[in-house]
Design a protein around this ligand. Structure first.
Ligand SMILES: [Fe+2]
Length: 196
């Protein structure tokens, strides 16, 4: 059963400071490309003779499957993260407990994004069940989530996320992203992973 694109969860014409063109391009080309690539890899894995395949073929396909699958999943969280909406009381309380305040969390999260400017990767707000807490985590590529944790907010720092609108000004893109945070969607994801 091939993977299918999830519909674009944000309204691309209403994200202040970001053009509809860049969001639709990001959705169709980068997210869509990851899903297409994942399906092609899955097909190759289905056809693989596991008993005789060289290890470099197994390693290569399984590595690329991981990259494409996480690119698909993280892009879905990224598009869910756009579309200004407030956090519910549970998310506010959790952020207050784990970061001091919503403002302190946002300062840290934005600084992590700006620190990745000119490079590539992800900044994630993730729920870690080991300690029952939220953590801001850094990822240099699509494979870097904390083991066991669920990202509830994702900032894409790959250049394709901002270059069309902001050129090399990655910091201005991070500011625009922070002005459009869909904390309502993050609240729903947190409630889901906490079993509420
Ligand atoms: Fe992306």
């Amino acid at each position: 059963m091939p993977y299918e694109l999830k519909p674009l969860s944000c309204n691309p014409g209403t994200i202040a400071g970001m053009s509809e063109k860049i969001i639709v391009s990001h959705y169709e080309n980068n997210y869509g490309g990851a899903v297409k690539r994942l399906n092609a890899i899955e097909q190759k894995l289905t056809e693989l003779d596991w008993a005789t395949a060289p290890i470099f073929v197994i390693n290569g396909l399984k590595r690329e499957q991981m990259v494409a699958m996480n690119s698909m999943l993280l892009h879905e969280v990224f598009f869910d993260s756009l579309g200004a909406s407030p956090a519910d009381a549970a998310l506010v309380a959790m952020i207050d407990r784990d970061f001091g305040s919503l403002g302190q969390w946002a300062t840290q999260f934005a600084a992590m994004g700006k620190a990745q400017g000119g490079g590539s990767g992800w900044v994630l707000l993730a729920w870690s069940p080991r300690d029952g807490r939220l953590v801001n985590t850094w990822a240099a590529d699509h494979t870097g989530n904390v083991a066991g944790a669920t990202p509830i907010l994702a900032l894409d720092m790959y250049e394709h996320s901002y270059h069309m609108d902001f050129g090399a000004k990655a910091g201005a893109y991070v500011d625009a992203f922070m002005n459009n945070l869909n904390l309502g969607a993050a609240s729903k994801k947190l409630a889901a992973v906490m079993g509420a």
